[in-house]
Design a protein around this ligand. Structure first.
Ligand SMILES: [Zn+2]
Length: 119
């Protein structure tokens, strides 16, 4: 019977260690999950699989504020070069910029200039 007890203790330690490893990957308390894995074996492992990963507080606040920012102000697809002589389309093509021409399209993808520049 002693050998079975030793094997069981090893099994508990291995499962506990694995639970602690997965908990670490999920930014969760490794010591707490080692104890849970040690005591409840695969039940604790299944629970650990079910719980979501904890995200750092700073990342969490950024993720919650990001959708509201992107929905309120639309960023232009293209931009005018620094010297003001060219405008770069959303597709990445540089086109000559003629301020006098009201209607101008990209030489590559035919996208309207004013639309690409967000006007
Ligand atoms: Zn284009």
């Amino acid at each position: 019977m002693d050998i079975m007890l030793v094997l069981y203790a090893i099994h508990c330690a291995v499962v506990g260690g694995f639970a602690a490893f997965v908990a670490g990957e999920k930014n969760r308390d490794q010591v707490g999950w080692f104890i849970l894995g040690f005591l409840f074996s695969f039940v604790a492992l299944l629970s650990l699989i079910g719980v979501p990963s904890l995200v750092e507080k700073t990342e969490k606040s950024d993720a919650s504020s990001a959708p509201t920012e992107s929905s309120t102000d639309q960023k232009p697809l293209g931009y005018i070069s620094d010297d003001g002589k060219e405008w770069v389309c959303a597709c990445g093509t540089s086109n000559k910029y003629f301020p006098a021409k009201t209607i101008q399209n990209c030489s590559s993808c035919r996208m309207n200039r004013d639309f690409a520049l967000g006007r």
